[in-house]
Design a protein around this ligand. Structure first.
Ligand code: PMP
Length: 367
């Protein structure tokens, strides 16, 4: 096998080498099955044990309380933007309040507007999405009357992340799009009514979306939703109402098994994530202004590190020279520009070290 590059893509993103090796080894025929994971029925005993373990791993890793159901959907987090509002805003006569800290939150607002009343309670747009609100700002704007409050725990494009579970008014259901920091740190799930995440950053390949729903919310779901857009369908049928993305769930099971057994859980993973992103932020902060971080320090993402160089020309050179040195997908999102290094769970420490060294050398050569 040719040497693997350090892949800093924002998603689909790098997966653990050991997981890829296991998938490769078993691709033609799974042990005791005699067929590939790409070929097996979703009603087979093999897949039953896979989906059961995937769910159990998520429950263990995230310490998901019994009050919450976990389901595997399709359609990505983008479909969750719609589903969340269809299920929990439509017909309530209430307003959904959104805290918008980047482009993904703004997209979620647009979908919710199709279902009912929406209020953007706080937005960082005027400042270019460089931070999350403070607790005081939240307490000044959020009300107790909302159908729910929706946040994006980590804005993938801007590299802006809530440093922990945010403050919320008593009793208001909190919804969070955790697509890009899912499984990167422990979360107090008892504080959330709905959490969803596309798998393709930390949890597995594209094609499966995890949703964690607090069961008492289900009574709000209006009748008449299409079956595949109603959370109850997924819960009642154990995510097997129709054919699920078998292969994606299989890989998610392997990734979460490794996270549980090899990494040792989310506290341990968080420590590693702090170290990896810290290596890059240290170079930015020590560069005497050559590198300018996009996010304010207290809102910096541990997953997507975003920064600018003095001029765009140098940003292009940086990305090209890094690619030539084996570090790919560093170009920032077209809407923000600059450089974005996604250092998800499965990015090896060596990848972050190599990039930090490269950044120092590049600054020395061009400052
Ligand atoms: N929310 C966030 C925070 C994301 O990072 C992304 C994808 N990058 C999405 C939503 C959209 O996810 P999907 O492409 O799975 O629909």
């Amino acid at each position: 096998m040719a040497e693997r590059l350090f892949n800093f893509s924002a998603g689909p993103a790098t997966l653990p080498r050991s997981v890829l090796e296991e998938v490769q080894r078993d691709l033609m025929d799974l042990p005791d099955v005699g067929a590939s994971a790409l070929e097996v029925s979703h009603r087979s005993p093999w897949f039953t044990s896979v989906i059961d373990e995937a769910l159990a791993n998520l429950r263990t890793l995230l310490d998901i309380p019994d009050t919450h159901s976990v389901v595997f959907c399709q359609g990505g987090a983008t479909q969750q933007f719609s589903m969340a509002a269809m299920n929990f805003l439509r017909g309530t006569g209430l307003t959904a309040e959104f805290v918008v800290t980047g482009s993904w939150g703004a997209k979620a607002v647009n979908e919710a507007l199709k279902e009912g009343d929406v209020r953007v309670a706080w937005s960082g747009e005027d400042d270019g999405f460089v931070r999350v609100p403070t607790q005081i700002e939240l307490s000044e704007t959020l009300t107790r009357r909302a159908a729910y409050v929706h946040i994006t725990s980590n804005e993938t494009i801007h590299g802006v992340e809530f440093p922990g579970d945010p403050w919320m008014p008593e009793g208001v259901p909190l919804f969070s799009d955790m697509s890009s920091d899912f499984l990167s740190r422990p979360v107090s799930l008892d504080r959330y009514a709905l959490v969803y995440a596309g798998a393709q950053k930390n949890a597995g390949p594209a094609g499966v979306t995890v949703a964690i729903v607090r069961n008492d919310l289900l009574e709000r779901i209006p009748e008449g939703l299409p079956a595949m857009l109603d959370y109850r369908t997924f819960i009642e049928h154990g995510s097997l109402y129709n054919t699920p993305p078998v292969f994606a769930i299989y890989v998610l099971m392997l990734v979460t098994r490794r996270l549980r057994d090899v990494v040792g859980g989310l506290e341990a993973q968080l420590e590693v994530n702090r170290v990896k992103s810290g290596l890059l932020y240290d170079v930015i902060d020590g560069s005497e202004g050559f590198y300018r971080g996009h996010a304010e320090q207290t809102s910096r993402s541990l997953m997507n590190v975003t920064w600018r160089l003095p001029v765009e020309e140098l940003e292009r050179t940086f990305a090209a020279e890094a690619a030539a040195a084996g570090m790919v997908e560093l170009k920032g999102h077209r809407s923000v520009g600059g450089i974005r290094a996604s250092v998800y769970n499965s990015m090896p420490l060596a990848g972050a070290r190599t990039l930090a060294d490269f950044m120092r050398a590049f600054a020395a050569a061009h400052a």
